[in-house]
Ligand binder design. Structure first.
Ligand code: MN
Length: 484
């Protein structure tokens, strides 16, 4: 599974660390009561604090603190009871304060872990270095007017969690798995919606290369990549670029680079600034954030079941394979859907139907589980019909097709289309007799000991009954009539 780049001087290993900015789910901003809804008219969700009017005082939003602590607990991380907000000074048009309120030396969350489930069924732990809270900046809009740029401050002051991983990631694939897993944990927790298209989760990627066994070499940082696929592509291109630089006798410099998705390359944006360039200092408008253990414990008690625990429970209590359990818990919506289908039913049957049939149809239709035309309740009803032998497995698949196309209810579909399984032996026997009578040559072949032909007869009878004959009854009748 090791990912190596073959260079002229031998193999190179890739070392990756991610800094993920995750927007906190909260109705109000980190230090003001302005709203945070995505897609609002520009500059309609801006308080005087967010616009950095002179003399305004930031007031911390307790709910954002709770969300950050909750996230820390979900990342199995150390919660720091004492943390400090500092000013990170830099000039940018969309940052009216001239600084971002962030946490630097004393973040609210310390070291934690994210467990990756790899393709081959093994796991890989990626360390979390820290999580800190900070304000988001506004947004410059360059595409509204040919000559002027505009600034939308709606995002200014929205609470972000910056989650920094340790450099424990070794391939573009692992980076993708890490991001998906982190996003899944945040969604289970309800602390970030993980919507990368809307920018509520974006990543800065630190990449360096080295010969296996060497110490770390200089890294470059790729800024603000906003899709898992682009992040994986950016890593691949950047690692290959660095190998070329080293092998041609050059030196990789610490800098900030930009990923151009159209050209599939990274290019230099600016020389990397170092922490001292920002002249961090504690924000004199804000007291240190001191919380107590009882407060943390209260949040911990309310934590929902997270994907790793859910996966283990699906394996231990429902008897699912590690693979099936992993697939089902990967997204909270999927796990919820599956649990609703499996409730009071055969778990493995439910898992098979959700994974093979439902996911297959959703993928083909390009739909997500929340857009599924078949509700968990309807799928459950279909499984009940199957279990009660009202319909055969083959008919169930056809009914599912119709349900997926029309959103219809399985019982009504079975009723209206007359798909009920024929279990009445007399009715099936009549069809069996007819098929045998119509095919005397094949019947003779079976009598002569050709067992394959009996399968052909089963097919013919099923066809004649439009798939409605109970297959067990058909098999038994054919054996009785042809083999004795
Ligand atoms: Mn940041």
């Amino acid at each position: 599974m090791t990912y190596l780049i073959q260079g002229d001087t031998g193999d190179w290993e890739v070392v990756i660390g991610l800094e993920v900015h995750a927007q906190v789910v909260s109705g109000a901003k980190l230090f003001s009561s302005a709203a945070t809804a995505f897609g609002a008219e520009p500059n309609t969700q801006v308080s005087l604090v967010d616009a950095a009017m002179p003399g305004m005082l930031p007031v911390i939003n307790g709910f954002c603190v709770e969300q950050a602590v909750k996230t820390g607990l979900g990342l199995k991380a150390k919660i720091n009871l004492h943390s400090v907000f500092e000013r990170k000074n830099y000039f940018y048009a969309d940052l009216p304060q001239g600084y971002q309120i962030s946490q630097y030396e004393y973040p609210v969350v310390g070291e934690g872990t994210v467990t990756l489930d790899l393709e081959d069924g093994s796991t890989h732990e990626v360390g979390i270095e820290r999580l800190h809270m900070e304000q988001d900046a506004g947004k410059s809009m360059h595409d509204q007017d040919p000559r002027r740029s505009f600034i939308d401050l709606n995002r200014s002051g929205v609470c972000l969690m910056e989650i920094v991983s340790k450099p424990d990631i070794r391939s573009p694939e692992e980076a993708g798995i890490f991001l998906r897993k982190l996003r899944s944990i945040l969604r289970y927790l309800g602390t970030c919606d993980g919507n990368m298209e809307q920018g509520s989760m974006r990543a800065d990627v630190n990449v360096s290369v080295r010969k296996p066994g060497e110490d770390l070499r200089t890294r470059a940082e790729i800024k603000n990549v906003n899709s898992v696929r682009f992040i994986m592509q950016a890593i691949e291109h950047e690692a290959e670029r660095q190998v070329e630089v080293w092998e041609s006798g050059g030196e990789v410099v610490q800098e900030t680079r930009l990923f151009d998705a159209h050209r599939g390359e990274t290019r230099s944006m600016r020389a990397k600034e170092f922490a001292h360039d920002y002249r961090y200092f504690p924000d004199p408008d804000l007291l240190p954030l001191d919380i107590n253990q009882a407060y943390v414990d209260t949040i911990e008690e309310k934590l929902p079941e997270l994907p790793d625990d859910k996966k283990q429970r699906f394996m231990d209590e429902l008897g699912l394979s590690a693979y099936d359990a992993g697939v089902l818990v990967a997204e909270k919506e999927t796990a919820d859907y599956f649990e609703a289908v499996a409730e009071g039913r055969d778990s493995k049957l439910a898992a098979n139907w959700v994974i093979s049939n439902l996911f297959g149809h959703l993928n083909a239709a390009g739909k997500s589980i929340s857009e599924s035309p078949v509700s968990a309740q309807s799928l459950g009803q279909l499984l009940d019909l199957l279990k009660a032998d009202t319909i055969s497995g083959r008919i169930a698949k056809n009914v599912f097709e119709i349900m997926f196309e029309t959103g219809g209810d399985p019982e009504t579909i079975v009723e209206e289309k007359g798909l009920k399984q024929i279990t009445d032996t007399g009715a099936i026997e009549a069809i069996v007799d007819q098929v045998i009578a119509d095919n005397p040559d094949q019947a003779q072949q079976v009598r002569d000991g050709n067992d394959k032909t009996i399968g052909w007869f089963v097919g013919q009878v099923m066809k004649a009954s439009q798939g409605k004959a109970n297959p067990q009854v058909v098999n038994k009748l054919l054996s009785d009539k042809l083999k004795t």
